[in-house]
Design a protein around this ligand. Structure first.
Ligand code: CAA
Length: 258
């Protein structure tokens, strides 16, 4: 498949998607988001892939949804076309873990795309923000929902209402970002984290992803119940037998379902 706006490659057991609209700072138009979905479909179906990394350029992970493409939208264009839900949600529904490797601007839909991923590894150059208010709109791809869950109400209000950007250090302190590394090491760090994850048992990786996501999506009691049920079901896996036997026998586990 030839993509217009992204580059797709594999590195070991990791699928790598690089957003590639440099002239528009990787602004997320429909074609680009469709292409991300198509690439994710391929990686999900590929048994050789255990984790996925989405990255951008040195200057921008993505500077938001494509403003030119939606500038003349009517309400009906947005509503009937199911704008955002139609294709962006594919990132959220991916069952394999997805790491956002962010350098430069992650603004508006760019920040929201990063937050749809399972964790963000940031370069020290990263800048996060939800500046939609300056365009006379509000975040539409989860910014008002995922940002407060990640950083709390105070900072989410600050970013969404003032449109100021948050640098990588502040983002890590606030809990948006898992790790901050020097810009020239950032992609290696993300690929190496992904490779580590891809070395574990895939069903267990998926169970953990689903369970952690429950913490964001429902009540504590619902989340705990869900976690307990999935935890119990892990004992049906031969990878659990192997993982624990390997620990007891002081050797490296050989997981079957990677
Ligand atoms: N959509 C379309 N084009 C964009 C874009 C976007 N979101 N962001 C940047 N670009 C384009 C610029 O128009 C410019 O194109 P030209 O060279 O053809 O003029 C090119 O990328 C480079 O941008 P700048 O010249 O502006 O670069 P800069 O370094 O001076 O500024 C920036 C960088 C601060 C990121 C600035 O480009 C900017 O503010 N971009 C818009 C950020 C934004 O508002 N994002 C939210 C979009 S709405 C949204 O995402 C809704 C949602 O929730 C889904």
């Amino acid at each position: 498949m030839n993509y217009e706006n992204i580059l797709v490659e594999t590195r070991g057991r990791v699928g790598l998607i690089t957003l590639n609209r440099p002239k528009a700072l990787n602004a997320l138009n429909d074609t680009l988001v469709d292409e991300i979905g198509h690439a994710l479909d391929g990686f999900e179906a590929d048994e050789g892939i255990g984790a996925i990394v989405i990255t951008g350029s040195e200057k921008a992970f993505a500077a938001g949804a494509d403003i030119g493409a939606m500038a003349n939208f009517s309400y009906m264009d947005a509503y009937k076309g199911d704008y955002i839900t139609r294709n962006w949600e594919r990132v959220k529904t991916c069952r394999k873990p997805v790491i956002a490797a962010v350098a430069g601007f992650a603004l508006g839909g760019g920040c929201e795309l990063a937050m749809m991923c399972d964790m963000i590894i940031a370069a020290d150059t990263a800048k996060f923000g939800q500046p939609e208010i300056k365009l006379g709109i509000l975040p539409g791809a989860g910014g008002t929902q995922r940002l407060p869950r990640a950083v709390g109400k105070a900072k989410a209000m600050d970013l969404c209402l003032t449109a100021r950007f948050m640098d990588a250090t502040e983002a890590e302190r606030a809990g948006l970002v898992a790790r901050v590394v020097p810009a020239d090491k950032m992609l290696d760090e993300a690929l190496s984290a992904a490779e580590t994850i891809a070395g574990y048992s895939l069903p267990v990786v998926m169970m953990i992803k689903e369970s952690v996501n429950r913490a964001f999506e429902g009540s504590l009691n619902e989340g705990l119940l869900f976690e307990r049920r999935v935890f119990h079901s892990a004992f049906a896996l031969d990878d659990q037998k192997e993982g624990m036997a390997a620990f007891v026998e002081k050797r490296k586990p050989e997981f079957k379902h990677r």
